[in-house]
Ligand binder design. Structure first.
Ligand code: ZN
Length: 316
């Protein structure tokens, strides 16, 4: 099996982590005319073309005041994010951009550009994923977790430091597993969550708990949500790929899992229905509009289509 093609795990730039300790790296980069800046506000990025939004990379002269973050380098140019502080009103998008857009909106419209080999779009998209994740961490970690003192930004945006006890914290990523569960008849298990509109189905997923190995999370989440038991033998849980999902801080780890007991007993709280689909059943249900599948930017979609062996119509 080839690795999954995942839109949120594409990037073209070098994070250049070795440079983050350089003194005044953000300020010096903002003074260099070759630097390119991604501008963010409230988790959204400045984009060009609101009809088919793509993250905008503007020159340093167009960057507003805000929290500067070093994202890396590309072709010798520094790449920054600037996060505009929250105010009462939305600021105007910076010169060289047209609007603000959420990352999922950008991802949807940007897939076509990625597929057509548009390197500039792919560069901007990878930077946007990194910037939204990093900015989200800063927004939710303003104080020291031990003593409550407001923390200071260091390492060009890659750490926060408590001035009282010197405690350092680093951007958090929360691992979550998501799995295509398949039985020995090659049917796929999909679930319907209580919070979703009728007809929406996707692969099961859940967060890794403290002290838990990924394979155990896969087995536990499938059993909790659907009652189906996944095997614990060699090859019963196989890693397929990952992508960042910074809504707000997840890393989605995709697996294929083999069911050894296919009886469905949903928990009726988080998951209210779980069903086994043959390829024909899923294709028919999607074509008739009875089942809606997750969006094309998601790893769930990639796992489902990998099992199906082709693209499927429809998405929510
Ligand atoms: Zn402290």
């Amino acid at each position: 099996m080839h690795p999954l093609e995942l839109p949120f795990s594409r990037s073209r730039h070098d994070r250049a982590a070795h440079r983050r300790a350089e003194p005044d790296l953000v300020a010096r980069s903002l003074a260099a005319p070759t630097t390119r800046v991604l501008v963010l506000h409230r988790g959204r990025v400045a984009v060009v073309d609101p009809e088919a939004p793509r993250a905008a990379l503007v020159g340093p002269g167009a960057a507003p005041d805000g929290l500067g973050l070093f994202l890396g380098e590309h072709d010798g140019a520094a790449l920054l994010a600037v996060v505009v502080p929250d105010g009462d009103e939305d600021p105007a998008p910076p010169p060289g951009s047209d609007a603000w857009a959420g990352l999922r909106d950008v991802a949807g419209a940007q897939l076509a550009a990625l597929e057509s080999g548009d390197e500039a779009a792919e560069l901007a998209h990878g930077l946007a994923v990194e910037a939204v994740a990093l900015a989200g961490w800063h927004a939710t970690h303003p104080v020291c977790a031990v003593c409550g003192t407001p923390t200071q930004v260091g390492q060009a945006g890659w750490e926060r430091r408590c001035p009282v006890d010197e405690r350092r914290t680093y951007p958090r990523t929360d691992p979550a597993v998501i799995m295509a569960v398949v039985d020995d008849a090659d049917r796929l298990l999909l679930g319907h969550a209580a919070r979703w509109p009728a007809g929406r189905y996707s692969t099961l997923a859940g967060f890794v708990e403290a002290g838990e190995a990924l394979e155990d999370t896969v087995r536990r989440e499938v059993a909790e949500e659907s009652g189906v038991l996944v095997g614990s033998g060699a090859g019963d849980v196989v890693y397929r790929g990952s992508q960042a999902w910074p809504f707000p801080a997840s890393l989605m780890l995709g697996f294929r899992a083999r069911a050894v007991d296919t009886r469905v007993r949903t928990d009726d709280e988080e998951i209210t229905d779980a069903r086994w689909f043959t390829r024909d059943e899923l294709s028919d249900a999607v074509t008739r509009g009875e089942v809606g599948l997750p969006g094309r930017a998601s790893i769930a979609r990639a796992l489902i289509e990998e099992w199906f062996g082709a693209e499927l119509p429809g998405a929510w």
